[in-house]
Write a protein that binds this ligand. Structure first.
Ligand code: CTP
Length: 444
């Protein structure tokens, strides 16, 4: 296929948009290219959603022009001479200025200077990501592949462009694994040696928390995180999360069972979105001590919400699993109370842990408990605090206790109407009052 045809693989409206942008760049005397992952994916026949463009000229000025013309949202990152646009139909587009980068220190973000497209392609991570397609009219669809990107795509190879690549940007160590595992490619021999060399130094330690987090979560968000983790472990890269991270046989088993648990969960509760990378991270850290988990949360600069979830993995998931399997847990309200404060991610982890144990009866009981719980957690009481107040109860902690008991009774189906709730509340109030009187008497 000619490279002109390559752009025909894009949906019609994207294709026309790129043609229009090529013409617009031409009017300004600039050259415009489609670059990076999108070109790689087009050559592989994969679908990509976002578009990456680069301008030989002033990329930011061009981005402003495009945003204006197409009423797209615009965020400009002056320091990197890049801009991100979001079109009204949701299309995301990055527009940059072709540039060379210099790295003052490894692991730190580079300073950038305008440069030719060839130089721009040369500063990139791997040959397969260093191919461009020109978009100017007359050149529309011209392929620029100065570094053997197509050859490496055919040979299914990940290859750096120069020996200093991992030093320049240690995130590329993780990126190499991401593409290797996603595309089922191999690291070219010299690249593999350079990667091992870079990984044996403290380069990765110099990465900031957010940058390391981004790479780790992207890896765990790939289609097959199980293989990814095995590969990270093989290359002894898990130690950069924490040197005492326990990647035990047990952890491996839970991780391997997670995809099955996720399939069950999303099949049952399609509206309850799971943070997949975080659930894998929870599994990965599930046998590490609390101190190690806390240190990893800090190292990766996880958000408060992510941290809450990760802390609710491990031992807590084990305790919940044990309680749910307990024969004495018979009432739906008991299950509700056990699970109500837990993130959905913990429930998926609990399920994976049970699946791994291969106890069919307990597993189906657990699945029934989860289905019932997800239904029950939408149940509300008809009465509220102010109803209790109008029944003569002074505001205080008793409110929570009584409303909690009403909810439990609703969940267990022992009461079904507002009148039932009132009757039960009255009964509890009387009981509460008599125990209060008793307490007063014993204290005096
Ligand atoms: N790039 C690079 N070095 C990096 C990050 C990015 O050289 N550390 C270049 C690569 O050319 C890459 C492009 O910037 O293709 C876009 O980066 P990104 O969107 O992160 O990568 P994609 O290849 O699009 O990856 P994905 O398919 O996972 O989105």
């Amino acid at each position: 296929m000619t490279s002109r045809n390559l752009l025909n693989r894009l949906p019609q409206e994207r294709h026309s948009l790129l043609r229009e942008l090529g013409a617009l760049a031409d009017e300004r005397g600039a050259s415009l290219y489609l670059v990076g992952g999108v070109v790689r994916d087009l050559l592989l026949g994969h679908v990509t959603l976002d578009l990456d463009l680069t301008v030989e000229g002033d990329g930011v000025a061009f981005a402003r022009l495009v945003a204006d013309r197409y009423r797209a949202g615009l965020a400009v990152f002056e320091r990197f001479a890049t801009a991100r646009l979001v079109f009204p139909d949701g299309l995301k587009m990055d527009i940059a200025t072709t540039r060379r980068e210099s790295y003052a220190l490894p692991g730190i973000l580079p300073t950038v200077q305008p440069a030719s497209i060839e130089e721009d392609l040369y500063r990139r991570d791997f040959t397969i990501n260093a191919i461009a397609l020109q978009l100017n009219p007359g050149q529309f669809g011209r392929l620029l592949d100065a570094y053997g990107g197509q050859r490496d795509l055919r040979a299914r190879t990940i290859r750096v462009l120069h020996a200093g690549s991992f030093q320049d940007d240690p995130t590329r160590i993780f990126r190499a694994i991401r593409f290797e595992q996603r595309l089922k490619f191999r690291l070219e021999r010299n690249t593999s040696r350079l990667l091992a060399q870079a990984a044996s130094t403290n380069l990765i330690q110099q990465l900031s928390g957010p940058r390391l987090q981004n790479e780790i979560l992207l890896l765990l968000g790939e289609r097959d995180p199980v293989r990814v983790m095995a590969r990270l472990s093989q290359l002894t890269l898990l130690r950069f999360l924490h040197r005492r991270l326990s990647y035990t046989t047990n952890v491996k088993r839970v991780v391997t069972t997670l995809p099955k648990a996720l399939v069950w969960w999303t099949g049952r509760f399609p509206d309850r979105e799971i943070d997949k990378p975080i659930v894998y991270f929870m599994a990965l850290s599930s046998e590490s001590s609390q101190a190690v988990v806390a240190a990893m949360i800090r190292r990766l600069a996880l958000s408060r919400e992510q941290a809450r979830k990760v802390r609710a993995g491990g031992p807590l998931a084990d305790r919940v699993l044990k309680r749910l399997a307990d024969e004495r847990v018979v009432h739906p309200s008991q299950v509700y109370r056990l699970l109500v404060d837990l993130p959905d991610e913990t429930l998926v982890l609990v399920l994976a842990k049970q699946m791994r144990l291969q106890q069919a009866a307990i597993l189906s009981r657990l699945k029934r408990q989860l289905v019932a719980y997800m239904k029950n957690r939408t149940i509300k009481t008809a009465l509220m605090g102010r109803d209790l107040q109008s029944m003569g109860l002074q505001p205080g902690p008793q409110y929570g206790t009584i409303l909690g008991k009403l909810l439990d009774a609703r969940i267990d189906g022992t009461i079904t109407t507002e009148a039932d709730e009132r009757a039960l509340a009255c009964k509890l109030l009387k009981k509460g009052l008599s125990s209060f009187v008793k307490r007063e008497a014993s204290e005096s």
